[in-house]
Structures are given as C-alpha cells and as structure tokens.
Design a protein around this ligand. Sequence first.
Ligand code: GLU
Length: 495
Amino acid sequence: MKKIITRFAPSPTGYIHIGNVRSAIYPYLAARQSGGRYILRIEDTDQARFVEGATELIEDTLKWLGLEWDEGPEVGGKNGPYFQSERKAIYQEWAKKLIEKGRAYADPTDSETIQRYRDEDSAKKIPYLYRNHRPKEAEKSPEEILKTWQEGTPIRFKADPKPRKWHDEVMGDLHAGPEVQDDIILIKKDGLPTYNFAHIVDDFLMNINMVARGVEYLSSTPNYLALYEAFGIDRPLLVSLPHILAPQGNKKLGKRDGAKSATEYRKDGVLPEAMLNYLACLGWNDGTEQEIYTKEELIKHFSLDHIQNSGARYDEVKLLWMNGQWIRRLMEEEGADKFYVRTLDFWPKSAEPFDDAYKKQVLSIIYDRLKTLSDLRAMTGYFFEDPIFDIEQILGNKFIKKTGLSEKELASLLETVTEKLGSLDSWNEETLKATLNELLEQTGRKPAELFSLIRISVSFAPFSPALDLTLNVLGKNVAMARLNKVKEALLLDQQ
Ligand code: GLU
C-alpha cells in the first residue's frame, strides 16, 4: 500500500464546524492506515478572518479527538514552518518562478477598474473572466517584471485555458472546459498568497500525496491543475468531501441548523470517541451494518472508495445515541475509577462537597441512562441535596393516580414502607432488593405503583436508576428522612 502523506489545513477563523472536523478525520485515517504521515498546517494568510486563539482551539480539538499529527505546530518537522503566515518568502519565490517561466505577471490594475470590468461583463451578459481584461503589463518580459515587482502589486497567474480531465477519488472522472480557468491571483496586495496558490506550493514542498477537502474546492480545481502543470509537478490524489447536509431540506449544514461546533459538543459532554465515530461514519461506511467503531477499527476499515459522493445528512439524535453507547462501553471497559475522571466537569454544583467515592457510586448506577455527560447535571441533583418538595407531583403521578388511594392511604402505605426499611440492619443492594420485593407482597401493590411512590418520595425526579440501587446510594438516613417527610406531608395535607 502506498504511504499516504497528507494534511489537515484549517484556517484559524475561530469556529470549528463539524464539517471541518470531518475533513480532519479522513486524511488522518488514510495516513495511519498506510503508515504514512499526517501534517497539520495552519492556513492563516487571510488576515481579515484571523481570530486570536483559534489555532489553539484547533490543536485542542485534534488532541481531544486523538488525531495526533506527525508534523506541524508544537511538534515541528523538517518541512516547516507550518503556519503559512511564516512562509511568505517561500510563496513569493515560487510566484517568481512562474514569472520566470512567463506564466505570471504583476498586475497594477486597481480594484475600481476590476469592478468596472465585472459590471461591463454582467451588462453584456457574458461570464466575467479576468483574462479577457488582461492588462498590457502581462506582456512585459519576465526580466522586466521581476526587476520592477514590489510588494503591494498583486501577482496573477497567466491562465492556459483548455479542456482538462482529472480523477477525483470520491467524485470519479471529471472534466472542465476553458471557461472556468482564469488569471487567478497568486500573491495579494499585502504580499501574502491566496489559498489557491499557497496550498499548491505547500502541498508540493511538504510532499503531500493526498489532499482531502470540502467539495467547495472542486470548481477551482481546473485552475489548480493548470498551476501543477505550469510548475511541472505531479498533483496529489484529490479527494472531495461532500457537504454535510442540514437535518431538513437540501442545504449545507450551517450554524443555524442546530449543529453546534466541536467545542460546544465537547462542553456538553460528548465523548471524543463518539464524535470521531459519528463524524467518520457521516458519509462513509465499510459496507457492513457496523455502527460503533473505535479509532483503531476506523483506521483498519477506512477506504476512500467507500466515501459517499452525495451529501450526508446531519443527525444530532444519532450522535447523542452513539454518545450514550460510548458512555456505556467506556464505563464498562475502563471501570468507574477511570471513567469518572472524564466526568469531573459535569457534576451539578451541589455535588462539590461530596467526595469522589460517593460520586463514583452515583455514576455507576446512572451511567447507562446518560446521553451526554452533562446529563449528570440534570439527572443527579437529588443525590446531593434534598429535592424541592412538591406534594402535587406525587399526587399527579400517573401510577399513583391509578392506585385510586387517598392521601391518607398513601401515607399509610409509606408508613408500611418506612417501618420495613427502617428495620433493616444492613442497607445494601441485596437487602434492599429483597425488602422491596417483600413490600410488594405485603401491600399487594403493583411494582409501578409502589415503586413510583417510593422513587418520587426520595428523588422528586421523573427518572431514577433502579430503586434498590438508588436507595442504596442515597443511604439509609437520607432515604428514611425523605420518605418520612413525604408521609407526614400527605397526612398534613389531607386534614
Ligand atoms: N484552509 C482551507 C479551509 O480551511 C483548507 C482547504 C484544504 O484542505 O486545502 O477550508
């Protein structure tokens, strides 16, 4: 298998869209599978879009997901620098190579004139192509251009428009006509390169042999092919990743469609294993029904030809389902002690005074109900403080209503419960399980009725883990106090 040397080349614009994360995953998998290299390159030449702290955010997200890079920021490498803003001289040198070959020119045309060309073409209803307005400066000799060029004047490519054919690993065999090839800008006014130019130079110098990026770059590919040709360099494998689609309709997933950024999902307690799994499978499958993949399995099974060539629909419900699966799996594989470390940021405030051992106990009875780790905040409050007392909630419960019992009768049912539980010398899962079963027999009530009454009395929560487990973790004192409190309130209420 050919070793894939590839890169993730994000622009540090602050917000890490789910689609960007997927663009980081596929090249990683291809590199690891083939024993190749995965490079992180920060494309920060668009100063207007640069956001402070965005690079750190990208690095953190990759580390979080376990997508370690072999070359790039922090780790270095022989092909650096890995920030494009530090490679300005390299791009200018490469632009000059094209000038020398007669394939680029310095263009003094001001932006008002360029706008006028656009307007004129649009009035004539002809497609705007800059090469139709190529300035006379383009005809100067390379020597003359090189002698007089100064930063501040953009450098443009001299297009060689002709039919072009190429193969895209996802989109198949493609072709484009001359009408999409133009005199694109290579070096901007500020002396920095455009994306169109910089990535060609960098991919070549960094020995990249596979480029996986969003399908939005497909329409510019004929221009890229012209640049490879002008330099006389081989092009890498091209992999266009289809858009991720919004949950509804046929549009690209945007911020407004409810999809959060990778950072927000992380803050909400989505596990990196689940995020990686979900995004890798969003538009890729190995041809089987398997849905849960570890990183190692993804590396083993990944193949470019199983990437779908149409947009995959984003489905947050599925992501959260997968996260629930991963919580269960990792809790069982790693054990509560280790898994607990992942949950530290997600407990309710009221849990602060409690020790780790107690929280681990809570975790071990509730983990299989969590969709995200932040569910801990909403679902565990009653383990740490007395719930807000609400007698109506008890009376309104559908199972309790079904009993048809009056408040007095409910209180006396609780009296039986407290007597029996109160007499327990040893309070543990087994004794509680046995005692609850005895109570069913003794009272002749259905489990849904009796257990709902006890569960609500101790938790006032719509759900709780199995009752014996919940009572066990709460401990005898707390459980008894809450049951008694409800019993008394019922008696008081009916008077
Ligand atoms: N900087 C580009 C982006 O963030 C990278 C595209 C590419 O991977 O070449 O979209």
